[in-house]
Design a protein around this ligand. Structure first.
Ligand code: 13P
Length: 265
């Protein structure tokens, strides 16, 4: 069975509630989502309620995502957000282990594992981020780094929860305005490594987990990544901060995904 195309944007620390709600409304009015595609947005926490209200009741055609969550159910954790709080807002998906959480906020593999398990235990989906720094790449330990992040991050995950797991491979050196875009030749071997590791850990169900690429993706290069055999989608930042950019990048990526699946089929 072909894996779905999975696409969305991380708004990072941008947008007010009103701006995110307006973004959602314009996006919902301008995007077509076929059965084999999944679309998501990660507004900041303070925008989630406004976007949830704009989405309304019922299943969400565009998944509402949170950029982070804490693993504990409740308690003395000043500044943190629980899964119960996110579930009450109608959040579908939680980003865990984004490069900025790992490196700017020093979140460790074992903490991220607790978050992944808490998200899945709460019945939500996760998009789990992995990726090596420029320094790790320089030392030739990209594969070791990503495998360590993946194995610790997914440790103890029940195979029956895997249909709610998605992986984002984002090499840290490719992210943001100061980043160097990765090439498809950089990305495919890492995506294949992740696919094989998921297969080793979880069997066939592991191999079905969508793997997204992220880092300086835009409409001009999106299809070069989604046409790769082991890349099923994209996690974008800057190019998904306007609705026009979001839709153009989504469509370019979908065309690459279709091309790959025609070739495979
Ligand atoms: P850019 O697309 O802006 O490089 O950001 C990628 C990213 O970190 C998405 O989470």
């Amino acid at each position: 069975m072909a894996r779905p195309y999975v696409f969305g944007s991380n708004f990072k620390m941008n947008q007010t509630p009103a701006e995110s709600a307006a973004f959602y409304r314009q996006l919902a009015a301008s995007i077509e989502i076929p059965d084999d595609a999944r679309v998501f947005i990660f507004p900041p926490f303070t925008s989630l309620a406004a976007v949830a209200e704009a989405i309304g009741e019922g299943p969400h055609a565009i998944w509402l995502g949170a950029q982070n969550a804490f693993w504990a159910a409740e308690g003395a954790y000043t500044g943190e957000i629980s899964l119960r709080m996110l579930t009450a807002l109608g959040v579908d998906l939680v980003l865990v282990g984004h490069a900025e959480r790992r490196h700017t906020f020093h979140e460790a593999d074992v903490e991220l594992n607790r978050k992944v398990r808490a998200v899945l235990g709460a019945g939500l989906r996760t998009l789990f981020g992995v990726g090596e720094t420029a320094e790790e790449r320089g030392y030739g330990v990209s594969a070791e780094t990503v495998l360590r992040q993946l194995k610790i991050g997914l440790y103890g995950v029940d195979p029956e929860q895997l249909d709610r797991v998605n992986i984002a491979y984002e090499p840290v050196w490719s992210i943001g305005a100061g980043g160097t875009p990765a090439t498809p030749d950089d990305v495919e071997p890492m995506a294949a490594l992740i696919r094989d590791a998921l297969g080793d850990l979880f069997g066939d169900a592991g191999r079905q987990v969508p793997i997204l690429y992220g880092g300086s993706v835009d409409p001009s290069n999106a299809a070069t990544f989604t046409a790769l055999p082991n890349v099923d989608g994209l996690l974008v930042g800057r190019s998904g901060w306007t609705v026009e950019g979001f839709v153009a990048t989504y469509q370019a990526g979908l065309a690459g995904h279709r091309q790959a699946n025609v070739l495979v089929g």
